[in-house]
Design a protein around this ligand. Structure first.
Ligand SMILES: C[S@@+](CC[C@H](N)C(=O)[O-])C[C@H]1O[C@@H](n2cnc3c(N)ncnc32)[C@H](O)[C@@H]1O
Length: 218
């Protein structure tokens, strides 16, 4: 999985089906997450930084985006994007969200200029690639402060009239290395309060966001 994103990082934006399919999910995800001016937002498995523009509109120049990804090549694309757009409030951290110890990761974020705890976290099309995504979820929630918000955007088989497209969706997910049956948004439903639920592209894209509740676990 990591190798795939290493080799194809420069082509990711072109080949990932951003328009007309996946962009809709990130717009709904950022809206549901609702980050506010001056907040620090984690972008989990940020890839090339396709969420950054939408997040910047919400947090402004006083806020901070912390993009975390295990692929140095994807982060290189994200850095290029930030430099081209003159976003000097973007911190990029190379880390494996399944393997990295939460305390070590928050220390690395602080060392890079952020604060140890963030206000919100967003994971778009990334948890379903991570294998033990529950571990990545736990690490993410432990990096949030009180009343932190978290949003998940991920994929499943298309529903209803579009069910005939399921083989195509499964192929696209398999090529991207993600498990279409992972359904990581369940964690938001089971652990968060005030959950917002939306979907797009005939249910292929599932969007959830909510407020973390201390002590509530899956
Ligand atoms: C399909 S891409 C999505 C990128 C971005 N979130 C987006 O919406 O375009 C998945 C990303 O997750 C990253 N990734 C996969 N497993 C990871 C892990 N265990 N820890 C951190 N990043 C991971 C990959 O390197 C890749 O950049």
């Amino acid at each position: 999985m990591g190798d795939k994103y290493t080799r194809f990082a420069p082509l990711y934006d072109l080949l990932s089906g951003e328009y007309p399919i996946y962009h809709a999910g990130r717009v709904l995800g950022v809206t549901a997450l609702g980050p506010r001016q001056d907040q620090q937002v984690l972008d989990i498995g940020c890839g090339t930084g396709l969420n950054f523009a939408l997040l910047q509109e919400r947090i402004g120049t006083g806020g901070t985006i912390v993009g975390i990804d295990r692929s140095a090549q994807m982060l290189r694309q994200a850095r290029r994007r930030a430099i081209a757009r003159r976003w000097d409030n973007v911190i990029l951290v190379q880390a494996d969200m399944v393997l990295e110890e939460p305390a070590a990761l928050s220390g690395r974020i602080a060392a890079a200029g952020g604060t140890e705890l963030s206000d919100a976290a967003l994971a778009t099309y990334s948890l379903s690639l991570m294998g033990d995504w529950k571990r990545a979820w736990e690490t993410t929630t432990s990096l949030l402060g009180t009343d932190g918000r978290i949003g998940v955007v991920d994929m499943q088989d298309p529903q209803g009239w579009a069910r005939w497209l399921a083989p195509l969706a499964r192929l696209a997910c398999a090529l991207g290395g993600s498990d279409i049956h992972a359904a990581p948004w369940r964690a938001v439903e089971e652990e968060c309060a005030d959950v917002i639920r939306t979907s797009a592209r005939a249910g292929h894209l599932q969007i959830r966001a909510g407020k973390t509740v201390p002590g509530r676990t899956m």
